[in-house]
Design a protein around this ligand. Structure first.
Ligand code: UDP
Length: 541
């Protein structure tokens, strides 16, 4: 291991001198610990203390310089999960002069991205909390290229999906555990600490019950680009995932350990008959991720019980459908990471949730351990309440026994009810569609807005507003171009909105003489793509 680091030649003495003279230099982005990412030169880590160390000297830099607020609660979130109190990052401070009395530092020459993985055992968490944020944090900083070193500080071992993390850079990621192999004091020549939260769409219910994030900033476009990158790294080449020539097929993603579909064969038969398509079954237990990505990448439909494996809908072609099955007493509306994903603009996926409403078709496991949904450890009364309940009430993460009890049930899928749900829920026959990506180009401002007024009579006036098309419209083919005009009488707090097809209009209704009107104009493409308002016009009749 230590050999690996020293292979990259750096001038050890120059590095040591730089550290001793300049100490650590840190410049961060972000106003709050929840949106902060820091870039540091010569950030060190003591493997003995298991602490990061910032060395002060005359030329060290610490921006933001928060003083003790750095501990309220932390400098930044080390994982992409917002404000999780087990995922905070901070450092200790020392004067650079203390280096004289410390073990000789070992330098990490690569540009490093230092972060916590949130839950590397779970495929959904791997993609949503780690891979996507890492990919786009690397995209944000040009130093974090192909050769960047990922450093995972959460303290877990590699985990079952480590190969996925390895696809993000050519260097082997380092685990916290491995850092001690390099020595007592490790200094990162150049590092970035923290992850972008820009790509996450779901919050897991630590503060309020789980649900889509309040302000989603990612669209299907970025997710699909990431998925294409990963597919390529998995050697699932574009040739293998063209627009399906055949009429497509359905992937049933099954779980073999728990939350089973008890009548999978019957379900498959029903799907074949209903859609006249082949059905392919995959599972994480039996297939490599490359094989799964290959299968899902050309599928028309992905059918699965609720669960982490559904994150592979990232790889579905546009136009495909996600069918998520929920066990008895679990309300699909309350557990929507995959619904939210499928519904992101530009994902272009259909989504249907089906829920088992027939208790007899459900097999529960009260005797299992609590983390597999067992409830026998609970008070008798509580057990009875849970068994009687027809729906898990909303709850916080992560150990709600009623939730775990219900979500780990096995289900015999009632075929007529599922087919019914599918017939109602699918708006179009699912099929990988020829990628006619809907345009998301927004109009620019309308140009040269003007108003002209005239007074007809003591109680009659006219207001003519005109403008030029937005500059970018000259270069676009837009199906429908409309203009929205807002007219507000000065001093009033309401306004009248109008949607207009042309570039001018004369208003006479509700227009009073000798009155000042404020007029806003903007352009709208295809009903939904709003442009910005032009500067407000002051029009005096
Ligand atoms: N898992 C699986 N087959 C199973 C049970 C679990 O592949 O029969 C995987 C699952 O996809 C996830 C991990 O094991 O990646 C943890 O599953 P868990 O049930 O804890 O989480 P969930 O799927 O509900 O998010």
């Amino acid at each position: 291991q230590s050999q690996e680091l020293s292979q990259v030649r750096i001038d050890y003495h120059a590095a040591l001198l730089a550290l001793q003279e300049h100490g650590t230099r840190m410049v961060c982005t972000g106003k709050m610990h929840t949106d902060r990412i820091c870039r540091l030169d010569y950030l060190c880590y003591s493997t003995e203390a298991e602490e990061f160390v910032f060395f002060h000297s005359n030329s060290s830099v610490m921006l933001p310089n928060l003083g003790a607020r750095r501990f309220q609660p932390a400098l930044l979130d080390l994982s992409s999960v917002e404000d999780h109190n087990t995922q905070y990052f901070n450092f200790m401070e020392l004067p650079a002069a203390a280096l004289k009395f410390m073990p000789k530092p070992v330098f990490v020459p690569d540009a490093a991205l230092i972060l916590n993985r949130f839950n590397p055992d779970n495929l959904m968490h791997v993609f949503h909390d780690d891979l996507l944020p890492i990919y786009y944090t690397m995209g944000q900083y040009s130093d974090l290229d192909e050769e960047a070193r990922l450093v995972f500080m959460e303290g877990w071992s590699e985990g079952p999906h480590f190969q996925l993390y390895r696809l993000l850079s050519s260097k082997q990621p380092l685990l916290k555990e491995q850092l001690k192999n390099f020595g007592k004091l490790l200094c990162f020549t150049k590092s970035y600490v923290g992850l972008s939260k820009m790509t996450t769409w779901y919050q897991y219910g630590f503060v309020q019950p789980q649900g889509p994030k309040a302000n989603i900033l990612v669209s299907g476009n970025e997710l699909r680009q990431f998925a294409a990158f990963l597919a390529e790294r998995l050697n699932v080449t574009a040739e293998e995932r063209p627009e399906a020539q055949d009429d497509g097929y359905i992937v049933v993603f099954s779980r073999s350990i728990n939350r089973l579909i008890l009548n999978e064969a019957e379900l498959i038969l029903a799907l074949v008959q209903e859609f006249q398509m082949r059905v392919v079954t995959v599972s994480l237990e039996e297939h490599s991720l490359a094989d799964i990505v290959r299968a899902v990448g050309r599928a028309s439909m992905l059918v699965s019980m609720h669960g982490a494996q559904l994150i592979t809908s990232l790889f579905l072609p546009r136009g495909a459908a996600v069918v998520e099955l929920f066990p008895y007493a679990v309300n699909p509306e309350h557990y929507a990471p995959y619904r939210t994903l499928a519904s992101l603009p530009g994902m272009d996926l259909q989504y249907v949730a089906w829920r088992n409403t027939i208790e007899e078709n459900s097999v529960a496991f009260p005797e299992r351990s609590w983390d597999q949904g067992g409830i026998v450890h609970l008070e008798k009364e509580e057990q009875e309440r849970i068994l009687k309940s027809k729906e898990v009430p909303r709850h916080l993460c992560c150990r709600n026994p009623e939730w775990l009890f219900r979500i780990y049930q096995d289900t015999k899928v009632d075929i007529p009810s599922l087919l019914d749900t599918l017939r109602q829920g699918l708006t179009a026959r699912p099929s990988p569609k020829k990628a006619r990506v809907a345009s998301t180009v927004h109009p620019g401002r309308v140009r040269e807005p003007q108003c002209q007024t005239s007074v007809q009579a003591t109680n009659e006036a006219k207001l003519t507003v005109s403008w030029q098309i937005p500059w970018n419209l000259k270069y676009l083919k837009v199906r429908e171009v409309r203009y929205e005009v807002w007219i507000q009488e000065q001093g009033e707090n309401t306004y009248m909105p109008y949607i207009l097809p042309h570039q001018n209009y004369t208003f006479s209704e509700n227009i009073k003489p000798f009155t000042t009107y404020l007029v806003w104009v903007r352009c709208i493409f295809n009903k939904t793509l709003l442009g910005p308002f032009a500067d407000v016009l002051m029009c005096r009749t």
